[in-house]
Design a protein around this ligand. Structure first.
Ligand code: AMP
Length: 300
């Protein structure tokens, strides 16, 4: 199965207690695509970059087999985000968001993408997510992510989009912000009333829950000895989750539980270094080995 993804392709400057990077490769669609590419070679990207986007990043995405037909390169500057993390590494403080070429971006889904069954609407303005969703008529699984900025500034569009999707992946603080519920479980159940069939809430070091009207699954986080930069953990989680589902074509409850654990494993690797650096050296055996450890951790 292939996956169409729309979201940001970015240059990020990030500071954590362990160091910093400037203008490093980032973006929600980038983290997602590279993570998913470990499971399926059929990732079709829809995004835009500016003239300043380094060619080496394009080559890196190409080397991962990601289809870049829907990646436009236009006049102007690439989306830029900068953020800082405190000692607990929980939650970024956004310092700058420059939409740049995304301000006037109108996504055009290439013909060759249009019969894709799996769609991931990575974090970006929900109006762009809706435009992409409209252009893919026969999708069987639409999964979506968002963030605090859009919940605050584009709530109506976001609520409109959420009505039509299958799975919302969101973190705990965003779930609270979206629902005004302080308890994460209650927030997840409330989100189901907004439309999606399933809600996955990522709770950082406390793992993730996957909730429908008739099921509840909880995965712990992988116990990490070293964490350097949490940026992109959410998108990398989604990449592992959807990449695994696409590689199996099976969306049963049992397989979705495995996909949540693959998402958890992928996110655990990504936070071990800045930008996508850990994913550059990662191999499939590392992923399987950590997945098996997760089986041991949760077995009783
Ligand atoms: P995460 O840490 O998983 O929430 O995602 C981090 C990535 O999201 C960074 O690489 C940023 O470039 C990207 N990002 C930050 N703010 C936005 C935004 N408003 N819209 C789209 N992408 C964003």
């Amino acid at each position: 199965m292939s996956i169409v993804v729309v979201g940001s392709v970015a240059l990020d400057s990030v500071e954590t207690p362990f160091g910093k990077v400037e203008n490093a490769l980032g973006g929600s669609a980038t983290y997602f695509s590279v993570s998913a590419s470990f499971f399926t070679k059929n990732i079709k990207l829809v995004a835009v970059v500016g003239e300043d986007f380094p060619l080496e990043h394009i080559e890196f995405l190409n080397s991962k087999g990601i289809n870049l037909e829907g990646l436009q390169r236009v006049k102007g500057k690439t989306f830029y985000w900068s953020g800082r993390y405190g000692a607990s590494l929980s939650g970024a403080e956004t310092l700058t968001t420059e939409l740049n070429v995304f301000e006037t971006f109108s996504p055009k889904v290439p013909e060759s993408y249009k019969d894709t069954k799996y769609v991931f609407l990575a974090n970006i303005n929900p109006e762009l997510q809706i435009e992409v969703m409209r252009q893919i008529k026969n999708a069987e699984l639409v999964v979506c992510d968002t963030m605090n900025l859009w919940i605050a500034q584009r709530r109506d569009s976001l609520m409109e989009m959420i009505k039509h999707i299958d799975v919302l992946i969101i973190n705990d603080s965003e779930a609270r912000q979206l629902t005004d519920e302080q308890k994460v479980d209650k927030a997840a159940w409330k989100i189901l009333d907004y439309g999606p069939k399933r809600v996955i809430v990522k709770k950082g070091e406390h793992g993730a829950i996957s909730v429908t009207r008739s099921s509840y699954f909880a995965s712990p986080a992988y116990p990490l000895k070293s964490m350097i930069d949490p940026t992109g953990a959410g998108d990398t989680f989604a990449g592992g989750f959807m990449g695994y589902l696409a590689s199996t074509g099976d969306t049963s409850e049992q397989n979705i539980r495995k996909a949540v654990v693959y998402g958890t494993v992928m996110a655990s690797f990504n936070v071990e270094d800045f930008s996508l650096n850990r994913q550059r050296t990662l191999i499939k055996e590392d992923i399987e080995s950590r997945f098996n450890e997760m089986r041991m951790i949760t077995g009783f």
